[in-house]
Design a protein around this ligand. Structure first.
Ligand code: KG4
Ligand code: ZN
Length: 338
């Protein structure tokens, strides 16, 4: 068998992911979600590490079983080195290190943010792959970046958030509205039923390709408080319209910066990645940009948007081809230079 089989492990935040890839094809992609954080309204790092400890062995077992692969057939183990929560990262990296040593196969450290971008290179009949160089908008609970992707391993950040990530803007708004964590998908759901022009929020003035979302959150909070004083049922009566208007504001902020990035670089290929790229409004707007602005836009399959191990596996595969291996001394990093 001349194929390359990669077992990939993702444990940067609250989801424990394991995937098996045969070359650039995904054979299995398992995620164990951690519901424990819902009641706290956010991820509690200590609880996340404990849940990873419990989930990692069964999740990997299921991923191997579904792929129809035994441990002895594996070519390498890829894992998330960072960025992320240290305690969570350590569970995945310790497991990956031990397994690579036991099986005597290479260990491959993967940058989580590269993985969100390179998820576009997973072989899928349903979509085409971007060509280098392209622009990537990575939007997640921890990041908001516009990246110039020059090659698989050469990327340049053109702009990023100076405070909150766009996922936080979604989740914090959701919290104000009384949704459980993470509230992004619920805002999406209600936004689909509301009027995006019902309420107007001012967009932050941030120079260049950088973003800022903390002001928007404060603005929404005051807006709700003010209206609730006059009408205690304001949220319930206007939920869909509030969600649609907030989401519309966020999408406009993202789109304006993307337009600027395309203009500045002359690159007309735009790929989105990260959990927030699951948002149906963002997906629709980006799709429309193809005819509206003459871009080619790349939208990942739903299961490759939020944190998953398949995206770690595809980076692992390309690193494997280049023999970019790590040794046992490799350390997890909460923050990682791009
Ligand atoms: O990439 P991800 O799974 O984890 C991080 O690396 O942060 O992103 C999680 C973020 C959360 O903020 C969640 O609310 C948001 O992605 N999200 C969404 C949607 N699905 C997930 N935000 C808006 N609309 C969605 N449909
Ligand atoms: Zn992520």
């Amino acid at each position: 068998d001349t194929n390359t089989y990669i077992l990939a492990i993702e444990s940067s935040c609250d989801d424990t992911g394991a995937a098996v890839l045969c070359n650039d094809t995904v054979l299995s992609n398992e995620v164990a979600k951690q519901e424990i954080h819902e009641i706290y309204g956010g991820v509690i790092p200590e609880l996340a590490s404990r849940a990873h400890q419990q989930n990692i062995v069964p999740v990997i077992d299921v991923a191997l079983k579904k792929a129809g692969i035994t441990k002895n057939q594996l070519s390498a183990i890829a894992f998330t080195q960072g960025p992320g929560l240290m305690g969570s990262l350590l569970v995945g990296s310790s497991f990956a290190k031990s397994l690579s040593m036991a099986l005597n196969i290479p260990l491959i450290a993967v940058n989580h943010m590269h993985a969100h971008i390179l998820a576009h290179f997973i072989d899928e009949e349903s979509y085409s792959k971007p060509e280098f160089p392209f622009l990537a908008l990575t939007i997640s609970g921890g990041h908001t970046q516009i990246v110039k992707v020059i090659s698989f391993f050469e990327m340049e950040i053109l702009g990023e958030t100076t405070d909150d990530a766009v996922g936080e803007a979604f989740d914090k708004t959701a919290k104000i509205l009384g949704f459980p964590y993470p509230g992004g998908p619920l805002i999406d759901k209600h936004a689909a039923l509301g009027n995006p022009k019902a309420f107007a929020f001012t967009k932050p003035k941030v120079p260049g390709l950088n973003f800022s979302f903390s002001g928007l959150k404060t603005q929404i909070m005051y807006f709700i408080q003010k209206n609730q004083k006059e009408n205690p049922d304001f949220i319930q009566e206007n939920l869909n319209d509030i969600c649609a208007s907030v989401q519309n504001t966020i999408i406009t902020i993202l789109l304006d910066k993307l337009k600027m990035a395309v203009e500045e670089t002359g690159i007309h290929q735009v790929a989105i990645g990260g959990g927030v790229s699951a948002n149906s409004g963002i997906r629709k707007t980006l799709k429309e940009a193809e005819t509206k602005y003459g871009w080619k836009t790349f939208i990942p399959k739903f299961e490759y948007t939020t944190d998953n191990a398949a995206m770690i596996g595809i980076v692992g595969y390309y690193k494997f081809l280049e023999k970019h291996f790590s040794n046992q001394e490799v350390v997890s990093k909460a923050r990682i230079p791009f």
